[in-house]
Design a protein around this ligand. Structure first.
Ligand code: ADP
Ligand code: MG
Length: 306
């Protein structure tokens, strides 16, 4: 039995018409983690997820879900994941309760083990249990899709851009639910454009761009990859001419007495930067620093490859 929740090896997809959406992607999703798959629009995220879901045929490569090869054991592989697609799909004539009952039937969940109301409660749709799905808002439909994906209690849930069209408050609720699933041992894979959320939620992040994997690291390490650091220094007199120093990557004047200095962490430290300011004849009144965040890393990586 393999240790990874999902293993992808040299996955390739060329669509009819010639578009190469995935070009030799390999990575593993460790069990028990919240794993973020990031990448700009058109990078190939949905293609990858739809291959795992059995909705898109891969051109080349292997994929294993919870130890089950998607080609050799498609039914076991499918039973091991719950997928929330990027597009909202639902039947407008069923109520949320019925939708979950039908889904449970499709997955062969025994009646005694079904608990649609508990799932609806978890996604805050309790009071909509008997409303027609077509009367639900976009955010509600998406939450219904999340509940639907969990009907057969899979060990893995995959959410493709789950927060698209979901307002801030409901997004928080959705993430709270995702976290509670993860706390109960469910491995979570999600794609998102919200880097800040990925940074807060994910244990590990993979980035794809133009169908190729360009990063796959624990979130903290990935954030640490950003080499630039910014220090804001307020000095004790008006700045007539900007101080110069080799360890400054960039220096700008913000207001009359505040200097914004960018330096590379691998070439200097904040102490040297401040020393350089002082040796320019300024006293230091105030200092603040900012670590590069995931957005910086993301931009650097996608710029470098794109
Ligand atoms: P993402 O989810 O990262 O935005 P997708 O996987 O949806 O990216 O798309 C990757 C690339 O494949 C894009 O260039 C897209 O236009 C193309 N693509 C997606 N689906 C199809 C399809 N059914 N037929 C042809 N090209 C497609
Ligand atoms: Mg997509």
């Amino acid at each position: 039995m393999t240790q990874a929740a999902i293993e992808i090896d040299n996955l390739c997809k060329t669509y009819a018409g010639g578009k190469r959406a995935l070009d030799g992607v390999s990575f593993e999703v460790p069990r028990g983690q919240i794993f973020g798959l990031l990448g700009p629009n058109g990078a190939g995220k949905s293609t990858l997820i739809n291959i795992l879901a059995g909705l898109v045929n891969k051109t080349e490569g292997r994929a294993t879900i919870w130890g089950f090869d998607v080609d050799a054991h498609p039914r076991n592989a499918k039973a091991s994941i719950g997928i929330v697609n990027q597009e909202i799909t639902f039947d407008p004539f069923f109520t949320p309760r019925e939708t979950l009952e039908i889904q449970a039937g499709l997955y062969g969940v025994p009646k005694a083990q079904r608990d649609p109301m508990a799932l609806l409660r978890a996604v805050h749709l309790e009071d909509k249990a008997d409303a027609y799905s077509r009367t639900l808002s976009g955010g509600m439909k998406r939450r219904l899709m999340v509940a639907k994906a969990m009907v057969h209690s899979p060990p893995i849930i995959i959410l493709d851009e789950p927060t698209a069209g979901v307002d801030v408050e409901l997004r928080q609720q959705l993430w709270a639910y995702v976290k509670s699933l993860n706390a109960r041992g469910v491995t979570v894979v999600l794609t998102t454009h919200y880097l800040e959320e990925a940074e807060q939620l994910c244990d590990r992040i993979a980035i794809i761009n133009h169908g190729k994997l360009i990063a796959n690291k624990p979130t903290r390490e990935l954030v640490g990859m950003a080499q630039e650091k910014v220090v804001e220094v307020t000095v004790d007199r008006d700045v007539a001419a900007l101080p110069e120093n080799v360890c400054f990557q960039k220096i700008e004047l913000k207001a009359g007495r505040t200097l914004v200095i960018t330096f590379r962490k691998d070439q200097a430290n904040a102490g040297e930067v401040l020393g350089a300011v002082q040796s320019g004849g300024y006293g230091i009144v105030d200092v603040s620093t900012r670590e590069a965040d995931l957005e910086d890393v993301f931009l650097n990586l996608t710029r470098a490859v794109g």
